[in-house]
Write a protein that binds this ligand. Structure first.
Ligand code: PNW
Length: 489
């Protein structure tokens, strides 16, 4: 029998299970050039290309969290969350990207935020990098250059020295798969180098992560007892049907979108998956490259990476169906990740659609994903670091309530089947700048009035429902609040 709403056994999240919400620096802080902050690749990209932003709103002011962080913490108290995941803007603390110029005012901002959280018993979870590279480092090669590994380590050391006494949860990098958008020319820095620059970026992102992990392990862990992980964008690829070729296609898709990051860190032998290495090698040769477009990892690099995480941060939003194709080079750019994978992706018409075109609700995807990770990587420690739903502007966000409830139920099933999950994090605390989509797609439990000077935040229905889930540790199908007012309890 399929477990679902019809299965009426009550499942509970343990009291140690952490519930929280997430944001990222560029998306909420604003104050893009205040108090000595340097320019990031997203500042430059959206300043240079305002036409790319769906509604024209960039991150210059965003939610103004740089000035409104006390209100943000007040909202976290209203929700009753256990933790808050936010990111640090590299160019805010190091305007040149390097440690020659340390911006004390930038560091002070995060000190203030962390102290405000701790004052109310909210655990800070810090993402060290969430897409906003200092522009000055982009000009020296950015993530395509091997030098970035050292730059990142130096930046990370600064953060550990300053905050590790109070921050117990660290996420080195958010979604290494950003490389495929950044070097696919669709997000900052907007460089077109598909199937080449993107793979170089992935290698350096992974090495930067591993160096940061080893640094903490060696110099901070004994003293502070924190944990360091990495967040991966892990949507799930289901075979379109049970035809053998589609099952194989789904496996290849997962090797490229999950294994590419999981294997080097969590598999027994390390390195990129063999299927990925072979496929890119074969295609590269056919395309006239002497070597594979996928960089190799040396035996030292493999060793450095293996086991370099205390947990995997799962960012899971949606699912896709995977179908085998033999004519992929006629559909996709050559070379590219898509062509290397060589499969066709679709989504079901039956899945409810969010405001973002890619976002459809398929709750059993998180269940399937968890079981896949358990089987392939022997029950890794996980933390759901992002899950969320987009709507337009409205406080009555029923679709977000349905989405969150159904995914949380599916997660409870995964836990029952042995998945190790420390906590769950909703993306996002409040509406924010959704990259190229500007503020046209809203992910917030709180709605933000971007027209208002104070960027006024108002709780949506989903905020009240999430608060109730956190309090009760169960997901109630029919609960509705008596009033729509939220207050600190
Ligand atoms: C996340 N997908 O990225 C990012 O970490 C956030 O910064 C962002 O605001 C949030 O999702 C909402 O988009 C993803 O296509 C973007 O499946 C797209 C996908 C997954 C994650």
């Amino acid at each position: 029998a399929v477990r679902g709403w019809s299965d009426t056994r009550i499942r509970k999240f343990k009291k140690e299970f952490l519930f929280g919400v997430a944001t990222s620096a560029y998306q909420v802080e604003g104050a893009w050039d205040t108090d000595g902050k340097g320019e990031s690749i997203w500042d430059k990209y959206l300043h240079d290309h305002p036409e790319l932003i769906a509604d024209g709103r960039n991150g210059d002011i965003a939610c103004d969290s740089y000035h409104q962080y006390k209100r943000d913490v007040e909202m976290l108290r209203e929700l009753g969350v256990d933790h808050y995941r936010f990111s640090i803007s590299w160019p805010r603390v190091l305007p040149t990207g390097l440690t020659n110029d340390i911006n004390e005012k930038g560091l002070q901002y995060y000190d203030n935020l962390i102290n405000e959280l701790l004052k109310y018993g909210i655990e800070p979870m810090v993402t060290i990098y969430h897409f906003d590279l200092p522009q000055s480092l982009q000009e020296l090669g950015g993530w395509a250059s091997p030098l970035v590994v050292q730059w990142f380590e130096d930046y990370t050391r600064l953060l550990f020295d300053r905050y590790a006494d109070r921050v117990k949860f660290w996420i080195t990098i958010n979604q290494p798969s950003f490389c495929f958008e950044s070097y696919g020319g669709i997000t900052a820095p907007g460089i077109k180098s598909k199937g080449l620059g993107d793979y170089m970026c992935v290698k350096h992102v992974l090495l930067a992560h591993a160096k940061a992990y080893r640094l903490y392990e060696k110099e901070y862990k004994n003293k502070y007892k924190g944990s360091v992980g990495i967040s991966l964008s892990l949507n799930f690829g289901h075979p379109l049907n049970n035809k053998t070729e589609n099952q194989e296609a789904a496996e290849i898709f997962r090797d490229f979108t999950i294994g590419l990051y999981m294997n080097p860190i969590w598999s027994k032998y390390g390195d990129f998956p063999k299927t990925v290495r072979n496929r890119v090698m074969k295609k590269s040769k056919e395309q006239g490259y002497e070597k594979s477009r996928l960089p190799t990892l040396s035996s030292e690099e493999i060793k450095l990476l293996k086991g370099s995480a205390d947990f995997v941060g799962i960012n899971h939003y949606t699912s896709v169906f995977v179908e085998a194709r033999t004519d992929s080079d006629e559909i996709f750019e050559v070379p590219s990740l898509q062509d290397d994978i060589g499969v066709l992706l679709t989504q079901s018409d039956e899945w409810v659609s969010g405001k973002s075109s890619w976002l459809k609700s398929a709750p059993y995807g998180i269940y399937k994903l968890c079981l896949y990770l358990n089987e392939k990587y022997n029950y890794p420690q996980t933390f759901v670091t992002e899950q969320g739903w987009s709507t337009g502007t409205s406080l009555n966000d029923r679709s977000r309530v349905d989405y969150l409830r159904e995914y949380l139920i599916a997660l409870l099933f995964a836990i029952e089947d042995g998945t190790k999950v420390m906590g769950y994090t909703v993306w996002s605390l409040m509406d924010n700048v959704e990259w190229n989509a500007g503020t046209s797609e809203r992910f917030g439990l709180y709605e933000v009035d971007f027209e208002a000077e104070e960027k006024t935040r108002t709780a949506r229905l989903s905020a009240l429902v999430y608060k109730r889930i956190i309090q009760k540790r169960v997901v109630e199908k029919d609960w509705t609040p008596d009033s729509w007012k939220i207050s600190i309890t």
